[in-house]
Design a protein around this ligand. Sequence first.
Ligand code: ADP
Length: 262
Amino acid sequence: AEEQLRQSQKMEAVGQLTGGIAHDFNNLLTGISGSLELLTVRLEQGRLSELGRYVASAQAAAQRAAALTHRLLAFSRRQTLDPKPTAVNELVVGMEEMIRRTVGPAIEIAVRCSAELWPAIVDPNQLENALLNLCLNARDAMPDGGCVTIETGNLALDDAAARERDLPPGDYVSLCVADTGTGMTPDVIARAFDPFFTTKPLGQGTGLGLSMIYGFVRQSGGQVRISSELGHGTSMRLFLPRHHGRLEGDGDSRAAAAPPRA
Ligand code: ADP
């Protein structure tokens, strides 16, 4: 009976979700039809100078619809993960410039890399996507500018600390993206990982970013935590399982791979 209940709750969620997408699409299509209709009328009236406006708005709506399908496809394609030992500090530093350019000059980016950071075992491409996504969410939460702090750290979780985070006890690499933005209400925090949950205007948010990050991190054996204060900002913290052993390309392993000849 419990399984049945869970199943029917799942079906309900799927129903809500597809209903939501259908609704968004319908709105975009209505916009496109409306623009085309006006375009036809103006054309018949010979008011050619006004045509450009309607072409542009149809185009914009079509682009938003295309972006929505794009994200949907990326979401439905079961991402296959390719976890490997990953130097998270290097990954962050490697993306810093791109992130800076993407969020724009109104937002300051501070990177705090912990020294002696353990390697994590994670898919580096997915982690890059996640980091960029978190920074874009941070940007969206700071329309008047602000600061994003990206911080890494080692974290050893004992039984109690691990239980509190719903993780097995052990060593983790944490990657935190904190902003000085609007913050989130408890209700938004509770739903933030739900697929298609968004508070952003139509065409701007898909509500897939955090749910994809959550799926990827959980599949990797890690955890995602949100802490947020309304009016002050939000911290998104990823805990990634530690890789025990050396990283390829480390000084040590190179030395081991090519021992000095006697
Ligand atoms: P999207 O960004 O497309 O809305 P997400 O799944 O990434 O989808 O985020 C879901 C919602 O969580 C956002 O619409 C927003 O309300 C909230 N959110 C996410 N990150 C932040 C943040 N850094 N600050 C405030 N709210 C956030």
